[in-house]
Ligand binder design. Structure first.
Ligand code: HSE
Length: 436
């Protein structure tokens, strides 16, 4: 097609099929919004035989020769949808070195070596865009790169994994055990047959590493993120949280108090207010709350996975590059800088977090005083105490909300509490993230 901007896809799996499908369906609208039309010229995959959910469109070459995509003279933009580190990194590097723009959905790659790849793109004067790597169809990368670019960003907190959010929401709604909710997630196609990557928090950790890098201009990697998954959560813990007005979410948190300050990056289950945007985000939806010093909190909610949402994000990147190829100007990926190797991270043991202690304790006159003494001795301040239920003279259930304290101090206080022999069973401890 004369004067078209040509893109090609490496990896014709589920997401690749989604991109083909959405591009075919929305092509007229997409091209009406661009100064020059987009044309899909080639699909590459090592497997040419497995039936795909969508056919290869007429006029599009389908090949197992990846070189024809990453080095082809007739390709302007390479879309990498292979996933994983190898050989995806080699494909992306070859394309960038060959002067091609790259769009990727590959969170693992960016959380492993994103800073090097963005630097390589800059060196060769091309773009590496990655909207689909976090939050599926939610335009969170664009929000950080453009919409909120005038702010000093203070925090990014999110529900970034639909599988975990489905499991926790379903446990909250039905009282199901973790294993039962996981089985249901598998049955509905939300969880993989090996769900480890999702339920242990690794998927979320990759995504928050990318968001933290962009938000704070530091080279934050997956290996820098403190990670706890959700496999130990019990339905009764979620029910107790609801009694104090909280939901249990697998939360990703990245926070930085100002330029030059240390960045904290963590993934773990947390209590959030039921009435907050994060607390109300249920099922497979994702939600990301960004706080900027000028704008305050902004929350984006939507589908964080699946063919349609991911294709929406991938194609928006392809469109952005197409527009920039015609208009010129600084590419989007260079607006927020991530210098290779530059990071100032706060270790988890030095991170101060608010906690909720869900306790079942003996009903004695000195019970509350004993608990408060254990906490005070380790300088853990109590924010409030909520009694949830009581069997007079026997035991009562309460939740103690603490102010922010280090994990080390909290652990010492819990040890004192155990020694006091006032608890009927081991306490359940959650970190708490209140509304921004
Ligand atoms: N498995 C992820 C989720 C989707 O459940 O959200 C891709 O990141």
């Amino acid at each position: 097609m004369a004067d078209s901007i040509r893109f090609a896809i490496v990896g014709f799996g589920n997401i690749g099929a989604g991109v083909v499908e959405v591009f075919s369906h929305n092509r007229a609208a997409i091209n009406a919004r661009l100064p020059r039309p987009l044309e899909l010229v080639r699909l590459a995959d090592k497997d040419l035989t497995t039936p795909r959910p969508v056919p290869v469109p007429p006029g599009v070459e389908f090949t197992d020769n990846v070189e024809k995509v990453v080095r082809g003279d007739d390709v302007d933009i390479v879309v990498e949808l292979v996933g994983g580190l190898r050989p995806a990194r080699q494909f992306v590097e070859a394309a960038l070195k060959g002067g091609k723009h790259v769009v990727t959905a590959n969170k693992a790659l960016l959380a492993d070596c994103g800073a090097e790849l963005w630097a390589l793109a800059a060196k060769h004067g091309v773009s590496l865009l990655f909207e689909a790597s976090v939050g599926g169809g939610i335009p969170v990368i664009r929000a950080l790169q453009q919409g909120l670019a005038a702010n000093q960003l203070l925090s990014v907190r999110g529900i970034l994994n639909g599988t975990c959010n489905f499991i926790l929401s379903s446990m909250a709604a039905t009282g199901a055990k973790f294993a039962e909710a996981l089985e249901e997630a598998k049955r509905l196609g939300y969880a993989e047959s090996d769900p480890t990557f999702d339920i242990e928090g690794y998927d979320t950790a990759h995504k928050i590493a990318i968001l933290a890098s962009l938000a704070f201009g530091q080279d934050v990697r997956f290996s820098d993120v403190y990670v706890e998954g959700i496999t130990h959560i019990r339905a009764e813990d979620i029910a107790s949280a609801r009694e104090t007005g909280h939901a249990v979410k697998l939360l990703a948190v990245a926070r930085c108090d100002g330029p030059g300050e240390a960045v904290e990056v963590r993934v773990h289950p947390a209590l959030v207010p039921l009435a907050s945007a994060l607390g109300r985000t249920d099922g497979v939806l994702n939600a990301i709350e960004i706080v900027g010093n000028a704008v305050g909190p902004v929350t984006l909610v939507g589908r964080g996975a699946g063919r349609g949402p991911t294709a929406s994000a991938v194609l928006s990147d392809v469109m952005n590059i197409a527009q920039q190829m015609v208009d010129g100007g600084a590419p989007l990926d260079r607006r927020l800088k991530v210098p290779v190797g530059e990071r100032n991270l706060r270790p988890m043991r030095e991170t101060a977090v608010a906690h909720a202690l869900q306790l079942s304790v003996l009903d004695r006159e000195d019970t509350v005083a004993t608990i408060q003494e254990a906490l005070r001795a380790e300088r853990v301040d109590v924010a409030r105490v909520v009694e949830r239920s009581r069997r007079p003279g026997e035991y009562f259930n309460l939740t103690i909300f603490t102010k922010r304290s280090s994990e080390a101090r909290l652990q010492a206080a819990l040890n004192r509490l155990a020694a006091s022999q006032i608890t009927v069973e081991p306490p359940t401890v959650f970190r708490v993230e209140e509304s921004a």
